[in-house]
Write a protein that binds this ligand. Structure first.
Ligand code: FMN
Length: 210
């Protein structure tokens, strides 16, 4: 079993990474494999709604989004970390998630279906819960069970050293990791016991006008 930890910060080894590293270390102790996926610091376009992904099953822009789509199916669980930028997720993570999940839906990839996910946010001071809510909304639409912790998944600090001093924040990360490991083991036990996947209906889309 393995989990991918996406770092939506422009800092490869900053505060968000420090929180994700605490999760990865705990998951490894629970015998769950981990991989980091940094979005990088180059500009990342938002979705241009061209729907090329419906045909090509990948995004029209060939960047970190397509690299992620190419490996997503190999992972059992997902952590998406972001710094708080003006009380919301980073522009990069927002663009990334819009395009990844839209391509998955339109392309019928199903790389995320019923796979557990969690949002992790990092802030100097405020905007954490708004950002946490924002990122969790993606999982709510993607049929991804949301894993929670002893507190909302946040750390505080302007530097990684600050984050190391946020003892409650780091403990929240470790608890989140253990809860995720437990969920993954339960899912695996369900697979072994041949618990069937839920029945699926043909999707209805009403656009609120008819
Ligand atoms: C453009 C921008 C906007 C920010 N907005 C907020 C904010 O609304 N609230 C806050 O507490 N910190 C804000 N910060 C600070 C970062 O969220 C904080 O330092 C974070 O821990 C940095 O994580 P990183 O090292 O992973 O990038 C902002 C930083 C930047 C660059």
């Amino acid at each position: 079993m393995k989990v991918i930890l996406v770092n939506g910060s422009p800092h490869e080894k900053g505060c968000t990474y420090t929180a994700l590293a605490e999760i990865a270390e705990t998951l490894n102790k629970e015998n769950i494999g981990t991989e980091f996926f940094w979005l990088g610091s180059k500009p990342l376009s938002g979705c241009i709604a061209c729907r090329t992904c419906a045909e090509k099953k990948r995004c029209v822009f060939d960047d970190r989004v397509n690299e992620f789509l190419a490996v997503a199916a190999d992972f059992d669980g997902f952590i998406f970390g972001t710094p708080v930028h003006f009380a919301g997720a980073s522009g990069a993570l927002t663009s990334f998630l819009d395009r990844v999940f839209y391509a998955d839906i339109c392309g019928g990839l199903k790389s995320f279906y019923l796979k557990p996910a969690a949002a992790v946010v990092s802030a100097r001071r405020a905007g954490t819960t708004a950002t946490y809510d924002q990122v969790n909304k993606y999982f709510g639409l993607m049929q991804m069970p949301i894993i929670s912790s002893q507190y909302w998944n946040m750390v505080h600090g302007a530097t990684p050293e600050d984050v190391q001093k946020d003892l409650e924040g780091l403990q929240t990360m470790r608890t989140l990791a253990r809860n995720l490991a437990f969920f993954l083991r339960c899912q695996e036990a369900g697979r072994q016991a041949k618990v069937p996947l839920p029945a699926e209906e043909t999707k209805i889309a009403t656009n609120f006008i008819r």
